[in-house]
Ligand binder design. Sequence first.
Ligand SMILES: Cc1cc2nc3c(=O)[nH]c(=O)nc-3n(C[C@H](O)[C@H](O)[C@H](O)COP(=O)(O)O)c2cc1C
Length: 197
Amino acid sequence: MDLISLIKARRSVRLYSEEPIKDEELEILLEAARWAPTGANLQPWHFIVVRDENTRKEISKYAKFFFFKSSHVGNAPCIIVLCYEKEKSRFGIYDVTLAGGNILLAAESIGLGTCWIGAFDEKKIKELLQIPENVSVVALITVGRPKEKPTAPPRIELEKIVHYETWSNVKRKSFSDNFLKSGPLSIFRKLIKYVSI
Ligand SMILES: Cc1cc2nc3c(=O)[nH]c(=O)nc-3n(C[C@H](O)[C@H](O)[C@H](O)COP(=O)(O)O)c2cc1C
């Protein structure tokens, strides 16, 4: 699969089979993480791989934000906890997030499902995993073999979020583009809209 198709095919998976993640698979994910860019190449990151069932269940207790609980966390056969050393870089959060993005895509490329978990009690997770004071936990990533094929949640159209050169310049397709690619009814609607701008 080419990269763009892979990016589009990746979904947050929240239902996994119990089959464990193999060391070779984990290595692919962690290698992908390690090759992400970091500010000044400082690489302040650490990745904690949790496969022990009891620890995973404990983690799942703290994977919540007010009433929003990610109950799937305890059912994933593997959780990767993304951390960085705070004093090593002031860009640690971005570095780790880029590494995490690589993990999601690398997992997709080998048929594994993942979900980024941002809602968790950092203090409790740090206590549980004996993470030192100077280390910050950015996210948890659940990893497993998908037992569901989620449909893609919608994305906002590029026209609404992309600006060219300055904020006020949003891209508008040229009238001829619209005219050629649309059916008669929408052509009429667009004609009215175009004329009224
Ligand atoms: C910063 C961030 C935090 C997220 N936190 C959670 C979370 O706590 N629990 C969860 O189930 N999904 C979480 N997600 C997954 C999103 O819900 C998901 O990416 C989004 O709905 C788009 O779906 P997709 O990943 O299938 O494209 C998070 C994603 C991001 C990027």
